[in-house]
Structures are given as C-alpha cells and as structure tokens.
Design a protein around this ligand. Structure first.
Ligand SMILES: O=P(O)(O)OC[C@H]1O[C@](O)(COP(=O)(O)O)[C@@H](O)[C@@H]1O
Length: 381
C-alpha cells in the first residue's frame, strides 16, 4: 500500500487535497510535482461519500445502492471505451435491428453500455422501471417491479464521436415511482405494467438524483441528489472515483458559447442576433466570446459547468425541437446545472417544469451560466 503523500498539481481539487493534507500534515509541505500517484486511505472516494451522506440523511440510504451500481457500470464502460480500438469495439453494431426507435444506427458500444447499465441497475432490486435511449420502450424490471425507483439514462452519449476517441459520456436520472405503481400479487399485471411504464414520464422537478460520467482524458463522474453538485475522478491506480470537484458552482457568466453553428442558417433571428452580439463583444458583458463545441453533450456541459458560458442545441426550421431528448439528456443535465447555480431553458420555459409525453421526445435546450442564459432568453423574446 502506498504511503500517504499529497497531490500538488491539481488546482481545482483543493478541498479533497485539504482532506488529504489533514491526514498527511506531517508530510513535507511541497511534494515535488513529479510525484503524482498517491492516495491515502482517507481519500474521499465516491463510496465513502455516499456512506457519509446516507449516515447524515436516511433518505440517501436507498440511493447509495443505486449510486454504487452506477459507478460500477461507469467503470466498466470507461474501461471498454478506453480500449475500444484495441478490442474491435469501434464501429456500428451491424446486422438487422441495430437501428433504435429514433432511427439512429446503434454503435457496438451503445448496445454494450446499455446492457451493462441495465444489468448493474437490475441487481440493486431498487428499480421497477428503466428507460434508455437504446430501448424503444421503457422496460419493466420483472424482479423488482414493486420497487421504489425509476432510472432513465443515455448509456453512451455522443457515441458518434467514439471511433475518433473524442469524449463521450453516460447520463442518468433517478425518479421515485408514484405510489400507485406498487403492484400487489393479485393486481391486473398489464394495468400495473402500464402504470409503471407511465411512471417513467415525469418532469425534471421530480428527479431525486441525476448525473453524468465523462469518458475523456480523465473519467469524471458528476452528480447531484438535490443537495449540490460534486465531481469524482476515477483514479486508475486504486480503481476508485475520488472527490476532485467538491460543490461545483458554475460561474455566473462565462466567455464561451457552445452550439453547432452549422445549423445557424435555420435558427430563429433572435438566436442568430444573440450569437452575433456575443461573438463581437456587443453582448451585455461587452466581452468577445469564444466558441467551443465537442459534439458530445457530456463534454460540452462539463466544460460549461467548470468554465461558465452557455451550451445549447436549439430548435430550428429543420428540427423545431432540436436534437436532445428531454427525459434522459436535457432534464438530468438541467437538474445538475441548476444545482450548481446555473440555469436551463428551452428559450421559452424552464426545462425542469416540462411533463414528458413520450419517452424519446426532444426539447430545445440551452443551459449554463445564469447571466448568459438570461441574456439569451431576452434575445429570443
Ligand atoms: O452532431 P450534432 O448535430 O451537433 O449533435 C451533437 C449532439 O448530439 C448528441 O451526440 C446526441 O446524443 P447521442 O449521441 O446520445 O445520440 C449529443 O451528445 C450532442 O450534443
């Protein structure tokens, strides 16, 4: 087991570093920058974090099992994604039936990530229903359909980037099932199943937890349970997610906008004017904004959370509701951004208020720094 020493290189991790340094106060003050791979037993791992949260608040006890299975699934997916080129896991699923209900051809890793998440969530026994981007319809978890939670997820967001090894991610949201979904033995199963399935269609405001795991130069899991947002980096030397981004607060205003500008000819004038203004320093802040767009929502939202600014996938003449799915992309990400002090909107209304009518419905999405999103809303009006 490695002796306690301290990371000196990662500025954002001050608080976890503080935790580590409390333990290692006797350690020499400045560890040479070269020494970057040590964690002490007192590291704030995600498992320990959840344990402490559920000791403080009983409500989190049941979520602890769910978060434990989600982190296992993300570690497995991270491993597969990082070795996709070596293990022939790039490319399309191929063969019949590899087009999901949205008409998108599925990547091999879309299907595998979906199976991994389904399996990891199933064995918690806490889930009655799951809805996934890769499942045409919500799936009833037979073993536990009298359980308490509903999980919605995009198993591998941005998978169009996977073959180029550009960042991708998993997005998840957890709802509580509505009371009447609890099925008694003699109940009419079909009716109950319908109720359970309908339980999947809940507004973002009903989320009890949401998060994403980004697979990039680091694997970072960021989530909220409605009590702030925390980020954990996977340390491959111990195979654990370690707290590196405590209590994330998105800057009130940023200097970066993130849209697929190739669609701008089809945007409405208000949005075109807004982007022109911030590009040329004629926006409210007077600053000239720069553009960043990865084309993976998880990567673009993660950067926006840390650096500020605005990310969006607007509706346009071709796709009036844009591209992002409300239930397992826009709503979970909106919960995280709002919990980090940011804002999220369709341009007309708060995304978290919207009651989904279909599992795969799309919604125009703008989220990020509160002042930037407010300025955009004014332009769209
Ligand atoms: O290539 P486009 O049209 O800009 O779309 C990019 C957007 O589509 C997505 O890839 C959609 O997600 P999926 O990959 O899960 O279908 C988002 O991650 C991203 O923000």
């Amino acid at each position: 087991f490695m002796p306690a020493a301290v990371h000196r290189s990662l500025a954002p991790a001050r608080s976890s570093r503080a935790v580590l340094s409390m333990v290692a106060t006797e350690a020499p003050p400045a560890t040479p920058a070269a020494d970057t791979t040590v964690h002490s037993a007192s590291a704030m791992t995600l498992s320990r974090f959840m344990l402490e949260q559920s000791m403080k608040n009983q409500e989190y006890q049941e979520l602890e099992a769910l978060m434990s299975s989600i982190q296992v699934a993300c570690k497995m997916i991270a491993n597969l994604v990082s070795r996709a080129g070596i293990t022939d896991l790039t490319g399309m699923q191929g063969g019949g039936g590899s087009v999901n209900i949205q008409g998108e051809e599925q990547k091999k890793l879309d299907v595998i990530s979906n199976d991994i998440l389904k399996e990891c969530l199933r064995y918690t026994g806490k889930l009655g229903v799951i809805a996934s981007e890769e499942e045409d319809h919500p799936v009833l978890v037979e073993e536990a359909f009298s359980a308490k939670y509903v999980a919605v997820f995009d198993p591998l967001d941005g998978s169009s980037n996977i073959d180029a090894a550009i960042s991708t991610g998993t997005i998840f949201g957890i709802f509580e099932e509505k009371e009447e979904c609890l099925v008694e033995d003699d109940a009419d199963l079909d009716e109950a199943r319908l109720k359970c399935l309908l339980n999947t269609l809940q507004p973002g405001d009903n989320l009890v937890a949401a998060g994403y795991c980004m697979y990039s130069s680091s694997t970072i899991l960021v989530f909220t349970m409605g009590n702030g947002v925390n980020g954990f980096t996977l340390d491959p030397t111990i195979g654990e997610f370690v707290l590196t981004h405590p209590n994330i607060q998105v800057p009130k205003r940023g200097k970066i906008y993130s849209f697929n500008e190739a669609n701008s000819p089809d945007w409405d004038t208000g949005l075109q004017n807004y982007v022109e203004a911030i590009k040329s320093g004629k926006g409210e802040s007077g600053a000239r904004y720069s553009s960043r767009y990865i084309g993976s929502m998880v990567g673009d939202v993660h950067r926006t959370l840390l650096y500020g600014g605005i990310f969006g996938y607007p509706g346009d003449k071709k796709n009036p509701n844009g591209k992002l799915r409300l239930l397992y992309e826009a709503a979970p990400m909106s919960f995280i951004v709002e919990q980090a002090g940011g804002k999220s909107t369709t341009g007309k209304e708060r995304i978290m208020n919207i009651h989904p009518e279909q599992v795969h419905q799309r919604v125009p999405t703008f989220l990020g720094s509160a002042d930037d999103v407010t300025e955009l809303e004014k332009s769209l009006k």
